[in-house]
Design a protein around this ligand. Structure first.
Ligand code: FAD
Length: 281
């Protein structure tokens, strides 16, 4: 709630209760349905997280309205009030823009990281409304038995990272990620990866950037040995500054890069690390 306030919410509606302690489709969808029915919003944006992706369709179906899932860009038509929701389609080879002109609310699940965070303002004081909504226990058909932590996940938080050094097939193997990790550490960043590198088993899926990975928006994204396929671009094109290191001058990644180095990453990255270290002496 504090976070929503600091980032500019005008009103925050709080629904609290034992049944919301852990996410369940039934309890959360029921509570949201009650809120939508009462407040009649014209638009709903839900985070395309595991939970949001689960609850959104349930809600839209119950409200008999449309939902555009997993959007990577959002635009607004002031005249009609329609949102233009953009999402990858046909295996990520096309970007489709979808509108829902005839039904309200228009709902979309939007990938974390798609919007740039605004400035924090601790002085923003939203109106807090408390709604007393409770769901009968027998209506909740699932029960949380145990939470298993993904031990491979580590503490990678790509979505909030300011610097990401990503590796693709061009790094050549799991050991190819070591220099990238060193570079990321030097820059206070984290390591990302293309799907090719993840599918090869060189690095865990939590590091994957792109359509079927994370959408990121760091200040600096360094793509090493990544060709720049549209499915990868879908997850990182919102980065402030993109640096590409690739030995192929025609690699599509250079079309979206602010800075490009044509060369073998096995030579370029150690040199980059050396020069950063020297500049800090
Ligand atoms: P490649 O395309 O093989 O590129 C490797 C690059 O490394 C080349 O440009 C090469 O010139 C360069 N290189 C090689 N050796 C060196 C060297 N020594 N020094 C410098 N450069 C070198 N991909 C994603 O990344 N994320 C996704 O979320 C994703 N989702 C997908 C979803 C669907 C439905 C589909 C169909 C595909 C998806 N893909 C995704 C896969 C995507 O289409 C590409 O296949 C993938 O991004 C390619 O990864 P890459 O750039 O590492 O490999």
């Amino acid at each position: 709630m504090k976070e929503a306030a600091a980032y500019g919410a005008d009103k925050i509606i709080v629904v609290d209760g034992e049944e919301y302690q852990h996410y369940t489709t039934d309890a959360y969808a029921d509570a949201m349905y009650a809120l939508v029915t009462k407040y009649g919003p014209t638009t709903m944006m839900i985070g395309a997280t595991n939970e949001g992706r689960d609850m959104g369709p349930r809600l839209s179906c119950r409200l008999r309205t449309g939902l555009t899932a997993d959007c990577t860009a959002v635009d607004y038509d002031e005249e009609t009030g329609n949102i233009a929701w953009t999402r990858p389609t046909f295996g990520g080879n096309l970007l489709a823009t979808i509108m829902c002109p005839d039904h309200r609310p228009q709902i979309g699940t939007v990938r974390p990281g798609v919007f740039k965070k605004g400035e924090r303002n601790e002085d923003n004081k939203p109106e807090i409304i408390t709604e007393d909504i409770h769901i009968a226990a027998e209506r909740i058909r699932t029960r949380l038995v145990e939470v298993l932590k993904d031990l491979d996940a580590g503490d990678v938080n790509l979505e909030s990272a300011e610097v990401i050094v990503s590796g693709g097939r061009g790094v050549g193997g799991p050991e190819g990620f070591e220099p990238l990790k060193e570079l990321a550490d030097l820059l206070g960043g984290v390591v990302g990866a293309s799907r090719a590198a993840v599918d090869a088993g060189w690095i865990g899926h939590v590091h994957q950037v792109g359509q079927t990975g994370k959408t990121v928006g760091p200040k600096l994204y360094i793509a090493c040995g990544i060709s720049g396929a549209i499915q990868h671009a879908a997850g990182m094109s919102g980065s402030d500054v993109i640096v590409a290191i690739n030995k192929d001058p025609d690699a599509p990644i250079f079309n979206m890069a602010d800075y490009g180095v044509v060369g073998d990453l096995k030579l370029v990255i150690p040199e980059l690390i050396k020069q950063i270290k020297e500049s800090r002496k």
